[in-house]
Design a protein around this ligand. Structure first.
Ligand code: ZN
Ligand code: ZN
Length: 283
């Protein structure tokens, strides 16, 4: 029987037109997931609410607010409760590792149970600044890896000039799902992390003219482990270096990554959105 023009055809015709309209809309504005920001930072005290409220209209549909100490963890949770598109990670940054004790760990555990807390972070090691003694940094890192394991939450790792010890910690917790944020290690280290099931996230430094290792890693890594972030208010990408950073600048990072991988910023936006949602368990 000859297939006649049916209601179903009409629906699919309308649907396709609607899809192309959506596509046109997206061409104007790709949607991004900034997987690492610090909107609790005092750098945003002047205009925090107006800036955050404007983000969805600027193509930022999801933000993960990472914490640095207990107070910042409380603020991250408050931001996540206030804005539907903000999620939180709670934890003690290596700079603040010396503030860790039993009570702080108990508070972090309680905060981690809150709605919209989707990770422990940022945690890790920073041997560049050494704001806390290295032994203390390692112990605070270890305690929070154990906490993440206990709570079945992913971790966000900060590693600066501490590649060896960071990898040792990763290997000690084989059950943990994690991301190295603002990845700064070698191609070999990236390979091992990927093999262990970890993700790598890239920030402003990948756009810097003198960046060498990061572009190499970006070029060779599998697409399904890639995430992007601003780490705002820090690390503004080219061409905004030296200025206060915010999530809107993630477009420059996506564009540079797209250039390195020979694809489009739209594709990077889509892929990193899917990866970020899957990693943090966001629907
Ligand atoms: Zn960091
Ligand atoms: Zn950070």
């Amino acid at each position: 029987m000859r297939h006649c023009f049916s209601v179903l055809d009409m629906i699919s015709y309308t649907e396709n037109n609607f899809k192309s309209f959506l596509h046109y809309d997206r061409m104007i504005e790709d949607m991004y997931f900034d997987t690492h920001a610090h909107y609790d930072d005092k750098a945003f005290d002047e205009d925090r609410d107006s800036l955050i409220a404007a983000l969805p209209g600027e193509g930022i549909s999801l933000v993960l607010n990472a914490s640095s100490d207990l107070e910042s963890s409380v603020q991250s949770v408050a931001l996540a409760e206030k804005y539907p598109f903000i999620y939180a990670a709670v934890g003690i940054h290596p700079h603040e590792a010396s503030t860790m004790n039993d009570e702080v760990l108990a508070e972090i555990r309680a905060l981690a149970a809150k709605n919209k807390v989707v990770a422990i972070g940022e945690i890790g090691l920073d041997y560049y600044y050494d704001h806390s003694p290295r032994e203390v940094q390692r112990e605070t890192f270890r305690l929070q890896m154990a906490l993440a394991q206990e709570l079945s939450l992913p971790v966000i790792v900060h590693n600066r000039d501490a590649h060896e010890d960071s990898m040792e910690m990763v290997r000690a917790f084989p059950g943990i799902k994690g991301v190295f944020h603002c990845y700064s290690g070698s191609v070999e280290m990236a390979r091992e992390l990927i093999k262990l099931g970890w993700h790598l996230s890239f920030a402003g430094p990948v756009t810097f003219k003198n960046a060498r290792k990061a572009p190499e890693v970006v070029a060779s890594m599998p697409e399904d482990r890639l995430m992007i972030e601003t780490d705002c208010p820090y690390l503004s990408p080219v061409p905004l270096r030296g200025r206060r950073n915010d999530s809107r600048n993630i477009k420059h990072i996506a564009a540079r990554i797209a250039e390195i991988r020979g694809t489009t910023a739209e594709h990077i936006a889509e892929v990193t959105m899917q990866n970020g949602k899957r990693f943090f368990g966001i629907d």
